[in-house]
Structures are given as C-alpha cells and as structure tokens.
Design a protein around this ligand. Structure first.
Ligand code: SF4
Length: 340
C-alpha cells in the first residue's frame, strides 16, 4: 500500500460481525469479486471476539473498524486484525496513544479516518461545519500524535458525502503529508448515485495522482462496490483488471436485442480477473469502427451479427447464438493468453 503499489480496492461487510459464518461468507464472496482489503465493524466485545475465527477463514487483510471504545481496538489488535480504523472524532488523544503503542508492537496499520459526520466539536465550530479545511485540520492535529509516538504505518482518510468537499480535503492533505491516503465518498447512496459520486470524487483524485486505496460505499450489497471500483480504475487506465464491456446506446439502426445481450454477457463474465475488452454494438454501420480496439465484439444486423476480433470480421453469427459464441470465444482467448 502506497509507495507505487497498485491502488488497492477495499470494501466493508454489512453483516453482523458477531455472526461469524455470515461474515466469513460475505468476505469470501467479496474476495472472489476482487476485494483486496476488508473492513468489519467492531461495535462490542462479542464482535471483537469474532475476529479470531473470521481471521482464520479469510484470505485478505482484515481491518477492524472501532468507534468510541479504544479497548475494543486494543483487543482487536490482540485478536489478529491486520489494521485498525479509528475516528479521531470519537476517541481521545491519550486513548489513541495506547492504540498506537499496541499497533506498533504488532506491526500493523492504523487508518485515521476523519469523517465529515463525526468531526471533533471544536474543529467543526471553528470552521462552521465539516468543510475541507476542517477535515484537514482534524487529520493534521492527530498526525502529530502518531509522529510523536514514532508510528509510520499510518493511512489517512478524509471522507465527506459532499464530492467537492472530499476532493478539496484530499488535495489539501496530499499537499501537506506523505502518508498513504484511502479515498472514498461516504454515505453516497444506492448504486447509481454511489457510482457517479465515487467516479467523480475518487476518480478526480486518482487522475491527479492522489490516493492509495479506494472504497466505493453503496447502500446495499457490498458486492456492488467492487465492479464500480474496478470500473473507475480501468476507466482511468490505472489498473487494467477485469473485463470491460463497451456497448452502444442503440438507436433507430439497431435491430437486435442489445440490452439483453449486454446484460447476459455482463453477468457471465463479471467475476473474471483478466483484462479484456468486449464490444457489443447495435449495428454494422458504426459498430465495427467503434469496436475496432476491442479484443472481441459483435456488431448486430437483422437477426444476426458480425463477430469481430481486434477490429477484423471473423464470421457471421445468428442472434440466438451470440451469447454462447461470445463466451466460447472469450474462453479460448483467455486460454491462449495464458499460454503466451
Ligand atoms: S452502433 Fe449502430 S445502433 Fe449503436 S448507436 Fe451507433 S449507429 Fe446506433
């Protein structure tokens, strides 16, 4: 994390952490989908106890999210958490110092997660609310404590549900510290809003070279977060991972059911990790040209379509065969790539 490592994709479980089986199942589903760091809420002693068993059955780093009670953070560190997320608005400085000492002894990471919804009272009053400057001051104030304790394994986040505030806060903190930054737009809504806000907030910062880990927050299944996160990384050409589907919006020239085709292909290939580009175009007028840089594609005709590879026509395919033909061709293409 940080220092030129690939931008890591994080998520957070929405199961009751005390329900060990459900939490493990969700973490492993997220891992299969491409999640690389997982955070779980640790609201009480039972949740912190659950970390021991959860840790044994998962393959990705586990971050314990602790608010209010620093003793839970200390116990989470003992119970094997790979990282702790604390919010300086909810834990006092002397308590943060005890957490730092324990984390240092086990050589684990702490994320100092400043959040617009829970700023320290005096900082919020000074700035008249959770402005970008207020978020930055809250972070800087606490960074000093970490520096005094000689603790380097620190990651920062300055999340706001307001996209311009979040962008500005991260820009300001990036100009003033070298600590790795975890990016996110908090409380960003259900899938469409979350995708748009995250693409704008996280995407703008990544494009400027700011950020080391990201999380797309979605109200709903956290499994929705991962494809959005990877779509952001792919769109900016930061990490070419997972399939990219290019599909046209259709118009009066389209004579195939492009939406059904796109949805079926999307569903079938969504779990793949290899990067490749599939173009699904409604017609042959613009389709082949627009799909020229895709690894594979279909340009629809009347009840049929042209199969393309790297911009070259391969053969004509009947509409009812689009899905099996494309899936078989993708499978072959990925096998050939592996053999290279
Ligand atoms: S590819 Fe063809 S069907 Fe799709 S939007 Fe362009 S012209 Fe219309």
């Amino acid at each position: 994390m940080g220092g030129g490592a690939p931008i890591a994709v994080q998520s957070m479980t929405n199961t009751d952490t005390r329900d060990v089986e459900k939490t493990i199942t969700q973490i492993n589903e997220l891992y299969q989908a491409g999640c690389e760091i997982i955070r779980v809420a640790v609201p009480d002693a039972d949740a912190v106890d659950a970390l021991v068993d959860i840790k044994k059955k998962i393959k990705i780093p586990l971050v314990a999210d602790v608010h209010f009670d620093h003793r839970l953070a200390l116990q989470a560190i003992k119970n094997g958490a790979d990282g702790i997320r604390i919010n300086p608005g909810n834990i006092s400085v002397p308590e943060i110092r005890t957490i730092i000492k324990a984390a240092k002894a086990r050589e684990i990471v702490i994320r100092l997660g400043v959040n617009s919804g829970s700023l320290q009272k005096d900082v919020a009053e000074k700035y008249g609310g959770p402005t970008a400057e207020a978020l930055v001051e809250s972070a800087l104030r606490n960074i000093t404590v970490f520096a005094e304790e000689g603790f380097d394994a620190l990651k920062l986040s300055l999340k706001s549900s307001d996209v311009p505030t979040m962008i500005e806060a991260y820009r300001q903190i990036a100009a003033r510290t070298d600590y790795p930054l975890h990016l996110g737009v908090t409380e960003s809504g259900t899938a469409v809003d979350a995708a748009v806000k995250s693409a704008l907030g996280i995407g703008t910062l990544l494009y400027e070279g700011i950020g080391d880990t990201i999380r797309v927050s979605v109200t709903g299944s956290p499994l929705l977060e991962i494809p959005i996160a990877y779509a952001i990384l792919r769109s900016l050409k930061i990490r070419m991972i997972g399939p990219e589907i290019v599909s046209c919006p259709t118009c009066g020239r389209c004579e195939i059911n492009l939406l059904a085709l796109t949805e079926k292909i999307q569903k079938e290939i969504s779990g793949l990790r290899d990067y490749f580009k599939v173009a699904l175009m409604g017609c042959v007028v613009n389709g082949p040209g627009e799909a020229a840089d895709a690894d594979i594609g279909i340009a629809g005709g009347k009840g049929s379509g042209m199969l393309f590879k790297k911009g070259k026509v391969v053969r004509k395919v009947r509409e009812q065969d689009f899905v099996p033909v494309l899936l078989a061709e993708i499978k072959t293409m990925l096998e050939e790539k592996k053999e290279d």
